[in-house]
Design a protein around this ligand. Structure first.
Ligand code: AHM
Ligand code: MG
Length: 335
């Protein structure tokens, strides 16, 4: 049962019933993510003090080496999940290969793998614009008791057990799904607790925002160009409003609350698109679908794409169902 204002800890305990055969491992895993998120949040909040504390590659006043925030976030999430022996493997947008976690007794006994983008949109940090963390959780395929394999990570999005994001914005929020709807928790920084502020999030029925980097217009496929023209046309409830932060988590978050579509298509410079299937698109797609929305590669469901490599890219169209279906119509006519 969803009760507004309960803490994330209370929410997890109360909703254990959703996982009748669970060992509590997934709950402990989400607990670890919320802990790492608080640590990263603390550091992201101080980013504007960089001239005082020292830029990346420098030594700060305390004599500590400063790191780039995306590297820092990557380390914090990996450290937290590794130390708490909660997963058997991690793959990250920041690391070339996946990491195997054997556990203290070297028994490889955990059953989940995590894939994540520890700090997405990190180029926005310098200008004080929201960034995010994205995570995706799968049950391993390889036998428990053995080291994880590549096949554990290369699973289609429809096999996700949970997915979520943290948006470090005007307030910090953790939004996640375990396949039973989407719930959003806001961090009270004074108490360090996450409170259920956005229960059962759903895309609103009426949507009027489109989010795309229109600077790439000339490089887009014809179908996308035509769809953008459609969004701008004066007809029925159009023209739509254009909003683009350039930070996937923030653009998605706004569109889920206000109603809209985010897209990053292929371009002539990026023939596979820019966004990563495993770290960015699949988790956002799972959340979108759980919130009544849709996510497509322009032609079919993103979560059904069979991954072939860890850092694979994919064109991405995600948001209100009707809007995604409309862009698919345009793509089918002019791929
Ligand atoms: P990153 O993983 O290198 O941060 O890139 C992903 C980001 C997304 O958050 C954002 O939507 C997109 O790249 C913006 O790209 P562009 O600047 O090409 O519009
Ligand atoms: Mg990214």
């Amino acid at each position: 049962m969803v009760k507004k204002n309960q803490t994330l800890g209370e929410f997890i305990i109360e909703n254990q019933a959703e996982f009748p055969f669970s060992s509590g491992e997934l709950s402990r895993l989400i607990n670890s993510i919320r802990l790492a998120a608080k640590v990263v949040n603390h550091e992201v909040n101080k980013a504007g003090l960089v001239d005082i504390t020292g830029a990346a590659g420098e030594t700060n006043v305390q004599g500590e080496d400063q790191q780039k925030l995306d590297v820092y976030a990557n380390e914090k999430f990996i450290q937290t999940l590794t130390n708490r022996e909660i997963v058997c493997g991690i793959a990250s947008e920041e690391s070339e290969d996946f990491i195997t976690i054997s556990g203290q007794n070297n028994d490889h006994k955990n059953k989940y793998v995590v894939l994540m983008d520890p700090l997405d949109g990190s180029s926005n940090i310098d200008v004080n614009v929201s960034v995010g963390t994205i995570f995706s959780i799968y049950r391993r395929i390889s036998p428990i008791g053995t080291p994880v394999q590549m096949e554990d990570f290369l699973q289609p999005g429809n096999k996700q057990v949970a997915a979520g994001y943290i948006v470090y914005g005007t307030s910090t929020m953790l939004v996640y799904t375990t396949g039973h709807g989407v719930n959003g928790f806001t961090l009270n920084p004074a108490l360090g607790s996450w409170y259920l502020s956005h229960p059962d999030m759903k895309f609103p029925e009426k949507a009027s925002i489109y989010s795309v980097n229109e600077g790439n217009y000339v490089h887009f496929p014809k179908g996308v160009k035509n769809y953008i023209k459609y969004c701008q046309e004066e007809k029925e409830d159009r023209p739509y409003t254009s909003r683009y932060i350039g930070s996937l988590v923030s653009d998605f978050h706004r569109n889920m609350i206000k109603g809209g579509i985010y897209f990053y298509p292929t371009t002539s410079h990026a023939p596979q698109g820019k966004l990563r299937l495993l770290y960015e698109c699949n988790p956002m797609a799972f959340i979108a679908e759980q919130a009544g929305g849709k996510a497509s590669n322009g032609f079919s469901r993103v979560m059904d794409v069979e991954p072939t490599e860890l850092h694979q890219r994919v064109p991405f169209f995600c948001g209100n169902k009707e809007m995604v279906e409309k862009v698919e119509e345009f793509m089918a006519k002019n791929p």
